[in-house]
Design a protein around this ligand. Sequence first.
Ligand SMILES: NC(=[NH2+])NCCC[C@H](N)C(=O)O
Length: 407
Amino acid sequence: MTAAPAAEPTVPTPGVATEVGRLRTVMLHRPGNELRRLTPRNNDVLLFDGLPWVDRAQDEHDAFAAALRDHDVEVLYLSELLAQTLEVPEARATALDRTLTGIRLGDSLRAYLEGFLGDHDAAQLAEVLMAGLAVAEIGPTKSLVTALSGPEDFVIDPLPNLLFTRDSSVWVQDRPTVTSLAMPARRRETQLTDLIYTFHPRFAGRERLHGSDLEYLEGGDVLALADGVLAVGVGERTGPAGVERLARTVFERGLAHTVLAVPIDQDRATMHLDTICTMVDVDAVVMYPNVAHRLAAVAVRPGDGADLVISPTEPFVDAAAKAMGISELRVIDTGLDPITAEREQWDDGNNTLAIGPKLAVAYERNVETNERLELAGIEVIRIAGSELGSGRGGPRCMSCPISRDAL
Ligand SMILES: NC(=[NH2+])NCCC[C@H](N)C(=O)O
């Protein structure tokens, strides 16, 4: 008797309607050579609070990916998707054009780099686009720009924050949203996500929402509280105009019926909504206790034509419950004293990634927050983050869900 042929593994259909639907496919970025560019001179501008030990950060990240795979989540790597994308001639041409356009390089250096990068294969080009390029790594250029630069100056800037795949794109239902990143050090990340979603065979042909040239909107601010309900933080990164644009875009397409704009402090510690609040169950969030009582929201709903209906400010939990059609949005009481709460928030204790309802990945170092989550019935998968955390991002920041089951 001949054995039946092994079934082809099926590719989960892309689409994310909620924060907690069973996670099927996620995009991560394994920290790479872009992190080796960090120095005490540039780490602030590059948005890192320290200099991670890169090999250890990679080990920690591999353990994060393994924990997801152990729970049957398909892990895609941004670097691999990018290299595959750059095999497409039009993608390659677009990438070179976008990287080399601008007033910074000057004509001589631009012409030199066209030739230099022209000799790179897709994987090598992907590496340069992520890790950047320093003057010392190129040959003589006849360019005044390089003549007046030091060997360690960058002709293409590195992108150490690619690690936080949450921010440079976000899926709203079955569509990828290419965001618009506010900090100069991160602007170029969306060139890469835009290329992937435009040209990679797995995604090509899908409508992309928003775009890097539009109003500021970062994925870490966007939470899909329920099917049809988005909460969007407004603070250091996403501006009110970004939320307004997203609201119109999703209403026009019937992808959501309510968008809650949620003002957050314009601080590094609370740069995105997901640094203070993430969902751990269909009706429950873990929230930074020091702000929980004052978090407010403005509900935005579709009006006539392009008009929006904007409700008066309400407490966030009330506005959320109403929009979600539930009696109460439970805030898991972490019961922490203000100092422990502040320390664990800084270390991304509230930044959990739900694999499904009541099942979340969290940094192990936030001992007290994790204990309280477990007491509340949430299964916590702990991962190490001593090196990963120096860029101020936890499991949710480091992941871009591409496919989740409907609830
Ligand atoms: N979704 C998030 N909370 N992302 C964290 C991003 C951290 C990154 N270093 C930045 O400052 O932009």
